[in-house]
Design a protein around this ligand. Structure first.
Ligand SMILES: [Zn+2]
Length: 62
């Protein structure tokens, strides 16, 4: 499994393009993740600036 994280919005995906922001600057170097089901009622989503439900990386490496 080669999941990558979007450098812009941290979305974790197995595709080559971020499904959230359509960006293709993805990195395989990331640690930890949160799964957001309801961004409007999630404190973590608010802190990370997440507005779309999905899986997001907590830490990205350069
Ligand atoms: Zn993105």
């Amino acid at each position: 499994m080669a999941e990558k994280a979007c450098k812009k919005c941290r979305r974790v995906t197995e595709t080559d393009t971020c499904p959230t922001c359509k960006d293709s600057t993805l990195t395989a170097s990331w640690k930890g993740y949160v799964i957001v089901f309801d961004p409007n009622n999630s404190e973590i989503a608010k802190k990370l600036g997440i507005t779309v439900p999905g899986k997001y990386a907590l830490r990205l490496s350069k």
